[in-house]
Design a binder for this molecule. Structure first.
Ligand code: ARG
Length: 459
């Protein structure tokens, strides 16, 4: 049997393989809410402009509302023969209300319909992800407040560099997530133009009111060029790119949690709720959730590259290739949402081992820069000379097998006799972090100020 939605000129139905490659209902049924909402807006507009009768609109709107309830209550069976969500909805509407259903598709095409449905969906995704990012930021800010004065090693090249505060380290992620939230907001603002009513590609001869449907669907305005409106998937790409960057941030933090929770570091213990055991090694506590968060960026970036390659070189306007935008995007958005939830759970529950962090903070002569700065400040040495003198002192400490604060004043004077015992005031890690009060620096005082700033911003 040929398709009743478009089969007028077809004598035979599709080959089974054709149906299999063509049908999208298996995944685009997720768009049923957006599809029905878009159709209701369209029907309202068709009646308001006199294109269909009010009675037909009433039947359409009531039928769609009923169908919405059925699908939501999982009392509806989708048909693959009907290809996609648009034709499943329209056919089900016809079964319920008869002829008026046939008037719904006036001045509209599946091309503007899918662009509208998917925009509405991505817009909701952006809002949900945005809230999840804020929740993770809030959790990090709370932990940063508790750990404002906790000293840990700061790393470059994963080598101990200078002591920092744990609160400062956690707030670094709050900044990154702040940019993620802002990228999502930007994408939302840019995408918020309605494709509905651009029809197949050229617009329509019916006297439709695209401003009316745009407003009803919460868009800022109708898209200005019909060709662009049906051919555009920038909104998916842009959101996937923002999602990828956010996933990179989560992945970097997850990697730190994996390292920090190892027996060699012991900086952090993940809660039982976010760890797993080993079936053979009873002593193990594995950071599986962190590892999976670290991994998720693979499929999220995968979706971005996949859709980039699908869109590359497509001629104007709609091509069926574009149906391949959905599965990967759904998976990417679901993955990021889950990763954000898992990370928020881990952050709230994990416990920090302050002693291990403090002990590690002092290793590797991490206050050598403080010593060099002291030589500059107190002895008026040029920084290059101070760097050289400090190097000699580090070598001496290494030879004696102690830290910089384990050297005696005689040891120090042996390298440069101008050094006096006031130098000891900068050699401890606590003094080091407390002294870093420059704007954006790691001092506990700065961390507390930034915690207050973020609490203000997050509301
Ligand atoms: N299922 C299609 C998609 O997801 C909807 C648009 C189909 N349009 C068409 N002219 N075949 O892209």
């Amino acid at each position: 049997m040929s398709n009743r939605m478009w089969g007028g000129r077809f004598a035979a139905g599709p080959d089974a393989i054709m149906e299999e490659i063509n049908a999208s209902i298996g995944f685009d049924q997720r768009l049923f809410r957006q599809d029905i909402t878009g159709s209701i807006a369209h029907a309202n507009m068709l009646a308001a402009t006199g294109i269909i009768a009010d009675a037909d609109r009433d039947a359409i709107v009531a039928g769609l509302a009923e169908l919405h309830g059925e699908i939501e209550g999982q009392k509806f069976t989708f048909s693959r023969a009907l290809e996609d969500i648009h034709m499943n909805v329209e056919s089900a509407l016809r079964e319920r209300i008869g002829d008026p259903a046939g008037r719904l598709h006036t001045a509209r095409s599946r091309n503007d319909q899918i662009a509208t449905d998917f925009k509405l969906y991505v817009r909701d995704v952006i809002d949900t992800l945005g809230e999840q990012v804020l929740a993770l930021q809030a959790a990090l800010v709370d932990r940063a407040d508790e750990e404002a004065g906790t000293v840990m090693p700061g790393f470059t090249h994963l080598q101990s560099a200078q002591p920092v505060t744990l609160g400062h380290h956690l707030l670094a992620y709050v900044e990154m997530l702040g940019r993620d939230a802002s990228r999502l907001r930007d994408a939302r603002a840019r995408m918020n133009e309605s494709p509905l009513g651009t029809a197949a590609l050229a617009g329509t001869s019916f006297p439709i009111d695209r401003h009316m449907t745009a407003e009803e669907l919460g868009f800022d305005r109708p898209a200005a060029n019909s060709l662009d409106a049906v051919a555009d998937r920038d909104f998916v790409l842009e959101t996937l790119s923002a999602a990828t960057i956010c996933a990179i941030h989560l992945s970097r933090f997850a990697e730190e949690l994996v390292i920090w929770s190892s027996a060699q570091f012991r900086f952090v213990q993940l809660s039982d709720k976010f760890s797993t055991g080993s079936s053979i090694m009873p002593q193990k506590r594995n950071p599986d959730a962190a590892e999976l968060v670290r991994a998720k960026v693979g499929r999220i970036f995968g979706a971005f590259t996949s859709l980039t390659l699908v869109m590359k070189g497509l001629p104007m306007t709609y091509s069926k290739d574009m149906q391949e935008d959905k599965e990967v995007a759904f998976d990417a958005f679901d993955s990021l949402s889950l990763a954000l939830a898992a990370m928020t759970g881990m952050v709230k529950d994990m416990s920090f081992n302050r002693d291990a962090m403090l002990a590690a903070a002092g290793s590797g002569f991490s206050t050598a820069t403080d010593l060099a700065d002291w030589l500059v400040r107190e002895l008026n040495m040029p920084f290059r000379d101070a760097h050289h003198v400090t190097g000699a002192i580090v070598a001496l400490a290494e030879k004696k097998g102690c830290g910089l604060d384990g050297l005696t004043i005689e040891d120090l004077k042996q390298v440069d006799e101008r050094i006096n015992s006031k130098v000891f005031s900068v050699l401890s890690v606590e003094k080091s972090v407390a002294s870093r009060t420059s704007y954006g620096g790691t001092s506990p005082e700065n961390v507390r100020q930034q915690v207050a700033r973020w609490r203000d911003l997050l509301g």
